[in-house]
Design a protein around this ligand. Sequence first.
Ligand SMILES: [Zn+2]
Length: 170
Amino acid sequence: MALDLVNTVWREHGARMDQFDDLDGVRAWLSDHAMDHDVDGGGAGSGLEAVRDRLVRAREAVRDTLEGRGSAGLNDVLAHGSVRPMMRDGGPYELVVVDEPAWRPAWTAAAAFVRMMAERPSRVRPCAHPECVLWFLDVSKNGSRRWCSMESCGNRAKAGRFSRRHKTTG
Ligand SMILES: [Zn+2]
């Protein structure tokens, strides 16, 4: 989920695209991650705009951490919430407590990022394609995945090698 947040920014024909430019894109992202119920229906999209603002902050904070610019921003985001362990219906349950409802999706994504970095940090990688800005979690058995997606970047890179080879031999 955390990398899905980072990957809401991508490049298309050299231009920077942002899924969150559009509130419908924010809504779709929340829905994909089963967090659309976290947005209050409070008219004129005000709740959604507040959620977007915090998601963008969390996204930049995660990217800063990934790209070696420090984690102060990420820790600022995380300071807006915490997990309270409790028992519910006879079983353990982790209640997420945030200081403001609009922080919940951003906090949840930031916390998921920290969990991922605790579990398999060496498997969190940028796509090897020089023009791609996407990140992925390599869950392959041997850990040798290089592309965000074989269908797009993997094949683009192969096609690039292929045409270069043809130039040098032709
Ligand atoms: Zn890629």
